[in-house]
Design a protein around this ligand. Structure first.
Ligand code: SF4
Length: 405
C-alpha cells in the first residue's frame, strides 16, 4: 500500500485546521450546510471569534503544529484578504503552520477577481477550491447559483495569473433536467481549463432544503439512478483523459495534487474545527479506544458569545469505542483508491474483526463490488460498480463486523 507521508507526521502532533465561515450571499436550493444569508455585518466579530477559538483549541490540545489549514463554508471568499491574513496569523501564532503546508480557500467564482485572488495568495493561501458546479446556464440556474458561466470560466486563469499553482474545481451532477450531454459539456469545459484537482458531488436531496420541499410536493425531477451512474462513469473516463487520477470516490487529481487536508479526514488523523457548527476529531482522546469527536454550537451569534466568554463553544461530543472506529475505518478507507489495508485493520482491531472483514470482502468480491486479491495482506478496494453502490458495500461490511464471529 502506498503510504501517505503526512499520516505519520500527523500522529506526531500535526493537526489539520478547519475554519468554518458560515456566510453566503444567497441560499442554494440544495444546500444543507450551516450557512446564514444577510449576516455580513457579523463578519468582523465572527473573524475575531474564530481567531479566539483557535487559541482556545490550541490550549486544549497542547503543543502541535498545523499540517494544513482549510477555510471552508459557506463562502469564505466573502472575507477580505486582510481578514484571511489575520486568521492565518492567528493559527500560526498558536499552531505553527508547517513549511509547505496546504492552505486552502473555498472560493465562489462570483465573489473574486484577479486582484482579490492575488491578495488571497499574498495573504498565505496556496490552494483554491473553486465552487464552479456547472459551466452552463441550465445547470447554474437549476442549482440556483449566483454566478454565471463566464465568471467560472475566468476564475481558473485568474487564479493562475494570481500565482496559484494548485487549483481545484468542484462540479455537481444529477441536477434537475441534466442530460448526459450537458454533463459531458461541463466535464470537457472544466478539464479544458487545466485544473489540478476535480471534486464531483452527486446531488443529494436533503429534507430541510428547497429541493427537499419540492421533492415532497413531487415537483423535483432528477435524472434517474442509471443515468446518474452513467454520469459518474463518464466523469471517471473524462478525468483520466485529462490527466486527473481518481484517488477517492469523489476526488480526482494530478499526481501530487491530492487534497492533503481531506486526506486527514480519510486517514483518521487529528483535526481541529473552529467556527459555528465546525467539527473536530482527536484519535488519541476519549479513553474508549476510538478517539473523540466534537461539534460546535451551530448558531453563529451564540457561537460568538460562547467564544467571547472564553469557553470552548461545543454543542456536543462523542467518545468512540473500537467497534465504532472499525466501521469508520471501513467507511473512510474504502472511499480511497488505496483501499482498506487488512494488516493495519487487524493490528488495530484484532483478529476477530479482521476475519469478519475478510469473509465479508470475499462475498462482495464474488458480486463484483470489491477487488481484493485472495493473497494475504492485499488491500480491499471498491470496483467501479462498488463505487456506485458504495453505501451498500459499507453497510454490508459494517453489518458483518457487528455480526457473529
Ligand atoms: S454557496 Fe455553497 S454553502 Fe453557500 S448556500 Fe450555496 S451550496 Fe450552500
Amino acid at each position: 500500500m502506498k503510504v501517505n507521508p503526512r499520516e505519520g507526521e500527523a500522529a506526531a502532533g500535526a493537526w489539520g485546521v478547519y475554519l468554518h465561515v458560515p456566510f453566503c450571499r444567497k441560499l442554494c436550493p440544495y444546500c444543507d450546510f450551516n450557512v446564514r444569508i444577510g449576516h455580513d455585518a457579523l463578519i468582523p466579530r465572527y473573524v475575531a471569534a474564530l481567531a479566539a477559538e483557535v487559541r482556545l483549541r490550541a490550549e486544549a490540545i497542547g503543543p502541535a503544529v498545523a499540517a494544513s489549514v482549510y477555510l471552508g463554508g459557506g463562502t469564505p471568499s466573502l472575507l477580505s484578504p486582510a481578514q484571511v491574513a489575520a486568521l492565518l496569523r492567528a493559527v500560526d501564532d498558536v499552531l505553527p503552520i508547517r513549511g509547505g503546508a496546504e492552505v486552502t480557500l473555498e472560493t465562489n467564482p462570483g465573489t473574486v477577481d484577479l486582484a482579490t485572488l492575488a491578495a488571497f495568495r499574498a495573504a498565505g493561501v496556496n490552494r483554491l477550491s473553486l465552487g464552479v458546479q456547472s459551466l452552463g446556464w441550465d445547470g447554474l440556474r437549476a442549482l440556483g447559483r449566483d454566478h454565471g458561466p463566464e465568471e467560472a470560466i475566468r476564475a481558473v486563469p485568474d487564479a493562475r495569473a494570481a500565482g496559484f499553482d494548485d487549483v481545484g474545481v468542484d462540479l455537481i451532477f444529477g441536477w434537475p433536467g441534466q442530460t448526459l450531454e450537458a454533463w459531458r459539456a461541463d466535464l470537457e469545459g472544466v478539464l479544458s481549463l487545466g485544473p489540478d484537482h476535480l471534486s464531483l458531488y452527486n446531488l443529494t436531496v436533503e429534507a430541510r432544503t428547497v429541493f427537499g420541499a419540492r421533492a415532497r410536493k413531487g415537483t423535483l425531477v432528477l435524472p434517474g439512478e442509471p443515468l446518474q451512474a452513467a454520469m459518474y462513469r463518464e466523469a471517471c473516463r473524462a478525468a483520466r483523459r485529462g490527466g486527473l487520477l481518481r484517488y477517492e470516490v469523489s476526488n480526482f487529481a494530478r499526481p501530487g495534487r491530492e487534497a492533503r487536508h481531506n486526506r486527514l479526514y480519510w486517514t483518521g488523523a487529528p483535526y481541529v474545527g473552529a467556527g459555528a457548527g465546525a467539527h473536530g476529531f482527536d484519535p488519541a482522546a476519549g479513553g474508549r479506544g476510538g478517539g473523540r469527536r466534537w461539534w460546535n454550537e451551530p448558531s453563529p451569534r451564540r457561537w460568538c458569545a460562547l467564544v467571547e466568554r472564553g469557553t470552548l463553544p461545543e454543542a456536543g461530543a462523542e467518545d468512540l469505542d473500537l467497534a465504532q472506529a472499525a466501521v469508520e475505518e471501513v467507511l473512510t478507507r474504502l472511499r480511497t483508491a488505496e483501499g482498506l489495508d487488512p494488516g493495519r485493520f487487524e493490528a488495530r482491531f484484532g483478529p476477530g474483526p479482521a476475519l469478519r472483514l475478510r469473509r465479508s470482502a470475499d462475498r462482495l468480491r464474488e458480486r463484483g463490488l470489491v477487488a481484493s486479491p485472495r493473497r494475504a495482506g492485499a488491500a480491499v478496494r471498491l470496483t467501479e460498480k462498488g463505487v456506485i453502490l458504495g453505501d451498500y458495500v459499507v453497510s454490508e461490511i459494517a453489518a458483518a463486523l457487528d455480526g457473529p464471529p
